[in-house]
Design a protein around this ligand. Sequence first.
Ligand SMILES: [Zn+2]
Length: 110
Amino acid sequence: MENKLCIKCDYYLPINQFYKAGNYYQSSCISCYNNLRIDLRKSLAYIRPLRERGFDALAEDKKEQLLELICFKFNYKDISHYTGINYRTLVHWKKMKWIPTYGEYFLNVI
Ligand SMILES: [Zn+2]
């Protein structure tokens, strides 16, 4: 049987130790390929950051302004007007509980 060099483990292995991709064999052997897949999955899960979104992505002064307005019981239409944040966006954030209370926020900052 034909042998093929695996670029990962540097072993010449029988060609049946390689996955076939179309007419070609892959450049790493089946066990290296599988390990690579597992590593990749792990590294993707590890690297992928929690993207800051919604409230968390706002500038600090904007967050404070927003929390103050909520704290003073402004309605969301007015808050939208003062902060320039889309009304529906605000309502969505509120629904998703992405907006902390004034107290929660400043407790975390200090
Ligand atoms: Zn290999």
